[in-house]
Design a protein around this ligand. Structure first.
Ligand code: CA
Length: 231
């Protein structure tokens, strides 16, 4: 089965170039120019495995598309293509539910690397050893977490966050350090993205996500992965 990518981009020249290069890499690409069309094409949810989403579109914006998509529970990986690289724009995108972002103009090899990572097919040079959290097993090389025989996929950022906490297991890690390490953002950046991702991870990992045992909050600071199994 070919991997299907939806490219939402109104600049025709750029869209054609990206489509050509992605198809050369073996992906199946559908292009649409407007956010409204993208939402229609994504209404069944499962047809596309990745969305490349331009922010500046002629009708509703890429951010609107993303918010509506996440609002109806669609968790398809989304890579935002932003025209400006101000931290504020990036944060708006991440808070709206983007998995990653690229600032235009970007290089093709960088885009391809991000695409592979979001599709969880990137070879990871290090940290491929599996580890456990409670009754879950995390498989970094497969971008998966398994619990009670059920496997769930992890996005690159979700895995990056888990790996950081695992490296520092038992110690509190600040939000600022997480932002810098996982998102490459300035530690002082005002965003809820770390907390949003932690909520998602707790749903996958915690027996009771509303009362976390393993992925613990450290008040006014950050998060800690419990180093020992509780009794
Ligand atoms: Ca545009």
């Amino acid at each position: 089965m070919e991997t299907r990518i939806l490219l939402v981009e109104d600049e025709e020249h750029l869209a054609r170039g990206l489509q050509f290069n992605l198809e050369t890499e073996g992906y199946s690409v559908e292009v649409c120019e407007r956010g409204e069309t993208a939402l229609e094409r994504l209404s069944n949810g499962s047809e596309f495995e990745l969305v490349l989403l331009d922010v500046m579109l002629p009708g509703i914006s890429g951010i609107d598309v993303l918010e509506r998509l996440r609002g109806r529970g669609n968790a398809v990986p989304v890579l935002l293509l932003t025209a400006r690289d101000t931290e504020e724009d990036i944060v708006v995108g991440l808070d709206a539910g983007a998995d990653d972002y690229l600032t235009k103009p970007f290089s093709l090899p960088v885009l391809m690397a991000r695409v592979r990572t979001l599709l969880r097919r990137a070879p990871k040079a290090t940290e491929t050893a599996t580890f456990t959290i409670g009754d879950c097993t995390v498989y970094p090389d497969r971008f998966e977490v398994e619990r009670g025989g059920e496997r769930s996929p992890l996005t690159a950022k979700e895995l990056g966050l888990l790996l950081l906490l695992q490296r520092r297991r038992g110690s509190a890690v600040s939000r600022g350090e997480i932002l810098q390490d996982v998102w490459d953002l300035h530690p002082e950046t005002k965003t809820r993205v770390v907390d949003t991702f932690m909520l998602r991870l707790r749903k996958l990992i915690e027996p009771d996500p509303s009362s976390p045992r393993y992925l613990q909050s450290v008040r006014a600071f950050g998060y800690r992965l419990l180093d020992e199994e509780p009794d």
